[in-house]
Design a protein around this ligand. Sequence first.
Ligand code: NAD
Length: 425
Amino acid sequence: MIATEEKTQNGHQEDFYNSILSRCRQAATILGLDEDTYNALIAPSKEVKVNLTVKMDNGRVKVFEGYRVIHSIYLGPGKGGIRYANNVNIDEVRALATGMTLKNAVVDVPFGGAKGGIKCNPREMTKGELERLTRAYAYQLADIIGPDRDIPAPDVGTDSQIMAWLVDAYSRRVGFSSPGVVTGKPLVMGGSLGRVEATGRGVMITALAAMEKLGMNPNETTAAVQGFGNVGSISARLLAEKGIKIKAISDVSGGYYNEKGIDIDLAIDYYNSHDMSLEGFTGADIISNDELLTADVNLLVPAAIEDQITSQNADRIKARLIVEGANGPTSAAADKFFIDKDIMVVPDILANAGGVTVSYFEWAQNRMGYYWDIDRVYRREDRAMNAAFERVYATAKHYKTDMRIAAYIVAIDKISSTMKLRGVF
Ligand code: NAD
């Protein structure tokens, strides 16, 4: 019934966008969704490409490609991060935006899905250049973003300072202060307590929930965490606090392995004091990122970038449980290896949804002008993440499917029911 076989620009079968589409198709087929609704559900609502001209510190003018894809607004305004990276392209932004639509539905926040990106290398740019680039992007997108239209947030290569510039540029353009145009802002500008650690905290909560189902004792569990940025380092720290031994960590410089367990606080101090890099970290032996993924541990947390676990390495993974901190770390072709070997995968659209959950709290606090204490943020995040986990787990049991397709079923069911109620032109 649902036969669409969309192709991305690069046409790779194992790439991120094709993987999402293939899983959407599987979930929609299980739900018996009609083809018209399915096609309307997966089609991105709006895709914008902007060329941003920025004066560089050396006096030259450079043109940067920027994107914003608002994938869906059925459940609320668009919502999703902005990525600054050299490999940003429309396929990736579209995939990430589609993932946000699904994630926001799984975790039950009143948002559609969106994502943005600028093709640049923020590590090679000065603060002034990054500020001008960000302001140019905000200026160009001022007509499509907004607290009721589409609300960006940080992602790879962006942080609370970039959000602060976005708020300022957007507010100047519309003529009034509008902190709710983005989430992930600095606290003094209306950010939420608990937002910085929200994604890592959600990874920890869903990992513990999954471990309980699998009968895994945290004190006897070993883990490897790929990526040591916001998501990876905080996931590693919070998992270690629960008694899990983190044997391997990694970042773009490579992997670091210690059989006795890595001191995560030490690694975080090292990373922060070495220009956000683990290069030269001495608390462990050096391994490659591939060795990290296939390390002899019970729990694997990919928390770096997409397309890391593919049919090339999936059969060598030894973990019993994979909790996806990153967006799209596993290709659809790799899914079947884990189903066959009964390895539980807590999918990205569930595992890393703690970030957008607290972003929703931030947005709600901005609208109320009333700010919560940290206990309330943690309590509500924990409740939302545990509820989403149980919803997906029960769906997996009901449809006799894996956690990933179950999460897609939860999302597609919710979005398609809303679409039918709202109707079309
Ligand atoms: P970040 O920029 O803070 O950190 C990224 C980390 O990954 C860095 O340590 C970097 O060195 C490492 N890395 C990059 N390429 C790598 C490679 N090839 N191999 C190993 N490590 C590599 O980004 P982040 O915010 O931590 O995001 C990480 C992932 O989590 C992304 O997929 C992002 O979309 C997703 N995510 C982030 C949030 C959030 O709130 N920040 C929320 C949901 C999902």
